[in-house]
Design a protein around this ligand. Structure first.
Ligand code: DX5
Ligand code: ZN
Length: 216
């Protein structure tokens, strides 16, 4: 599988999401990663379905929506209507992960499951056939710009568990030119990066984004 880059708009200019999405796509981004936080599952607040709906017309590729919220189920329909393509729920977010992933699939989106750095990979084994993506957190979620936690053995174990199923392994948190190669070697094929993509640039300086993406 080719390695895909999914810039996280958590590190973009919040007053200019449309322009920022167009700029990073023009600079070579494959997907746009949207970090939804509720101030409860994680200690930070960001945005919800209304923001996804607002950026949808500015994004040509896939909208990869990472929910750091609990509960998930009451919001699935709203994210589907907003235009999310991939909707990822944390395995730690509730007691009924099968129902959540099935609800996401039934709403017409591709389900993903995310696991925190402290959660063993075995936690996703029971639902591996229900997902199109597993997001392996390489920081404790809640904030951009945190230090990368090396969970390479977990990524390798997940790659073995997945076998030849067409399931993406995404890594999220602290990904840059120094950490991306190890994550990809371990088996990740989607790299989420916030700070490392948006650092030093702006929608008016997309050449900086292109250089940052190339460096990863
Ligand atoms: C962390 C988010 C990540 C984060 C990545 O809670 O899920 O997507 O924004 O940002 P960087 O690349 O800055 O660690
Ligand atoms: Zn994320």
């Amino acid at each position: 599988m080719p390695v895909l880059i999914a810039p996280s708009i958590l590190a973009a200019d919040f007053a200019a999401f449309g322009e920022e999405c167009r700029a990073v796509e023009g600079a070579g981004a494959d997907w746009i990663h949207v970090d939804v936080m509720d101030g409860h599952f994680v200690p930070n607040l960001t945005f919800g379905p209304a923001t996804v709906k607002a950026i949808r017309p500015h994004v040509r590729g896939l909208l990869d929506v990472h929910l750091m919220i609990a509960p998930v189920d009451p919001f699935v329909t709203a994210f589907a209507e907003a235009g999310a393509d991939i909707l990822t729920a944390h395995v730690e977010a509730g007691p009924h992960i099968h129902r959540t992933l099935q609800t996401i699939r039934d709403a017409g989106m591709r389900p993903g499951v995310a696991l925190n750095p402290g959660t063993p990979v075995e936690a996703v084994a029971p639902v591996i056939d229900l997902v199109d993506l597993v997001c392996v957190m390489t920081v404790n979620p809640g904030f951009g710009g945190q230090r990368f936690l090396d969970v390479s053995p977990k990524i390798a174990a997940l790659r073995a568990m997945i076998g030849d199923r067409p399931i993406h392994i995404e890594v999220d948190g602290g990904i840059d030119a120094s950490t991306a190669p190890g994550a990809a070697r371990a088996g990740a094929d989607v790299l989420v990066a916030g700070s490392a993509v948006f650092r030093g640039g702006s929608a008016r300086m997309p050449e900086v984004y292109a250089a940052n993406i190339t460096a990863i």
